[in-house]
Design a protein around this ligand. Structure first.
Ligand code: AMP
Ligand code: MG
Length: 593
């Protein structure tokens, strides 16, 4: 059935109490983020009504309209009375405008035959549906289903369920083109349309991490990634000490009028006798506090006369102004985990533990090429019909930022044989190979022919702008990225696809691109179904509100827009226009480009 439907349909089958709606509510944002436009069909109990008593539409229905269509700027609803019997499933599906949808999800309708995911929770105490329902194609549960080859997911792992639906939607598109074989594999993804998320997920699932590690001097470790956990061999600070220049006294001796100053202690020295009642020690910041001298009064609050000191009217809290041994880090505590990228604070902390070296993953070697007949090297006299190569230099900067070892292969000569040779050489020397230009679908550049001959390269069309074409695959078992040619597209593609992959290859763990919300200062245009990366400038306005405006013209060849920008404005596939005053997601670029 449903052969007439031009888009896939997928149901969620479960006994009541399983939390279908709650799950779907949490799932839908992930699906729309992945670029899917969703239609929902839900079966409800027979007294259900969307209308509200007293509303105009309600009054007109009750007055006799058997179909009531109500419309406004934002939505319309058609309410149809079906007093005799519920409408047929097929008929209901036919009500959707499938030209504006990618998939229809169905909640309920347990007894109708169409593909479904079974949702099952042990606590509900109901039997499994899959043994008696051949329409179940996967299971999401908190228990293990036995005697089945169906794919199983954890019902609480929304990410996996979402990925399953996205893959299902991609692989069950009814065949329009005669050459489509309608199976979900890399081959049919060539050249496929992918959302940004799908592209990233696919790439990350296919790249590994360098294995070799080395010892690195702490002063040379900026940007490197730890290959081992760092555990503190000492207490930091090593001993309890004063946080102020002042006087150490006993916390059981705060009521006294005057104290006798029995010693003066500088940092690097100590007063070795236990402090007695009535005594104070003049102490400098960082100097160890004497035994019992667990409270420090700052010098500015003290009045001295000869060898006595008073703190008249000062409210002294027991234990104040003292840094406890191990307060920053206790001996044996975990300081950094493997996979941590090191920057200034981490370098200082590692040194503070007494280490002068740390174990890091070896540097990643990345080969970079430019391609294109029209592309010429800077520093040579300009030729007619040529442009100077900028992409290679942009990419070198981006790689530098990530601490890669860069192998610059220059501009590839426009000759298929030589390109194949050069790509193979690069893949032998480097861990990753990057090129720019010539990967658009329909591009007749030599690089595309060479890549096609090398095999194992997919030509994707990412639903994003700029940066739609992207080639990804392997040469000699090494990841290969064929970035687009347009200079802005190169950077946007690198930021979205190459950077996460390189970070993973470098061994970095837990990295996520920083995204924050800002208020748009102007209307922003996009198109539903694709992610738009507009170059933006964000700042705090005079009210302390984070706002963002565009850099102006957004042509993907205008590299100046990247130079002026301090963020990308990310407009999700579900949105076509953002109005001035609305909130948008921005990706700050500081530290990344
Ligand atoms: P392509 O993807 O090869 O069609 O290239 C798209 C656009 O990017 C064309 O206008 C190319 O001239 C330009 N382009 C390609 N490679 C480079 C490069 N290395 N530096 C600057 N622009 C380039
Ligand atoms: Mg070209």
């Amino acid at each position: 059935m449903n052969d007439s439907l031009p888009i896939p349909i997928l149901g969620f089958a479960a006994y009541s109490g399983t939390g279908k709606t709650t799950l779907l509510e949490a799932l839908l944002p992930k699906l729309t983020k992945a670029g899917l436009r969703i239609g929902m069909l839900k079966h409800a109990h027979h007294n259900f009504d969307v209308d509200k008593e007293g509303k105009d539409s309600y009054r007109l229905r009750k007055a006799g309209a058997s179909q009531m269509l109500i419309s406004s700027r934002n939505r319309f609803a058609l309410m149809t009375e079906t007093p005799d019997s519920e409408s047929e499933f097929e008929y209901l599906l036919g009500r959707f405008d499938t030209s504006k949808l990618d998939i229809i999800l169905v909640e309920g309708c347990k007894n109708i035959a169409f593909p479904k995911i079974e949702l099952h929770r042990e606590i509900v105490g109901k039997p499994w549906l899959y043994p008696n329902d051949g329409n179940i194609i996967a299971i999401a549960s908190d228990a293990q289903a036995t005697d089945t080859d169906l794919p199983q997911m954890n019902i609480n792992d929304l990410e996996s369920i979402s990925q399953f639906v996205v893959n299902y939607a991609a692989s069950h598109k009814p065949a329009k083109q005669s050459n489509s074989t309608d199976t979900a594999s890399c081959d049919t993804l060539s050249p496929a349309f992918l959302s940004v998320e799908q592209g990233v997920a696919k790439i990350l699932s296919l790249v590994g991490t360098v294995e070799e590690t080395e010892e690195c001097a702490v002063e040379a470790a900026y940007g490197r990634v730890l290959s081992d956990n760092v555990v503190s061999p000492v207490n930091v600070p090593q001993y309890t000490n004063s946080a102020m220049d002042g006087y150490a006294i006993r916390s059981d001796d705060l009521q006294r009028e005057t104290y006798k100053v029995v010693a003066e202690v500088m940092a690097g020295h100590a007063y070795d006798s236990p402090l007695q009642l009535g005594e104070a020690v003049k102490i400098m910041t960082g100097a160890p506090t004497p035994e019992h001298g667990d409270t420090v009064v700052m010098r500015e609050q003290a009045t001295t006369t000869g060898d006595t000191v008073t703190f008249n009217g000062v409210n002294i809290k027991p234990g104040q102004n003292v840094r406890q041994a191990g307060e920053d880090l206790a001996i044996g505590s975990s300081v950094f985990n493997k996979g941590q990228r090191l920057s200034s604070a981490e370098m200082g902390m590692i040194a503070s533990l007494g280490f002068d070296e740390c174990s890091v993953f070896r540097q990643l070697k990345v080969a970079v090429f430019s391609t294109g007949d029209e592309v010429q090297a800077p520093g040579t006299p300009q030729k007619v019909n040529s442009i100077y190569d900028s992409n290679r230099f942009t990419i070198i900067g981006l790689l530098e930022k990530l601490g890669c070892d860069i192998l610059d292969f220059g501009i590839l000569e426009d000759n298929e044989e030589m390109m194949i040779q050069a790509l193979q050489d690069a893949s032998e020397q480097a861990d990753v190979v990057l090129t720019s230009g010539g990967v658009s679908v329909g591009d007749a550049d030599y690089i595309k022919l060479a890549l096609e001959k090398l095999g194992q390269i997919d030509f994707w069309r990412i639903n994003m702008r700029p940066g739609r074409p992207l080639a990804f695959g392997q040469i000699n078992g090494k990841p290969f990225f064929g970035l687009p040619g347009n200079p802005v597209a190169v950077m946007v593609s690198f930021i979205n696809f190459v950077e996460p992959a390189l970070r993973q290859m470098q061994g970095e763990e837990g990295w996520r691109p920083l995204k924050v919300n800002a208020v748009a200062c102007e209307n922003l245009r996009s198109r539903q179904g694709r992610t738009e990366f507009t170059r933006g400038i964000y700042e705090l306005d005079t009210n302390g509100q984070l706002t963002v405006r565009t850099t102006g013209k957004q042509g993907s060849g205008i590299l100046r827009s990247m130079s002026e920008a301090n963020c990308l404005i990310e407009i999700s596939p579900a949105v076509d226009t953002v109005k001035s005053g609305e909130s948008v997601t921005i990706i700050p670029l500081q530290g990344r480009i």
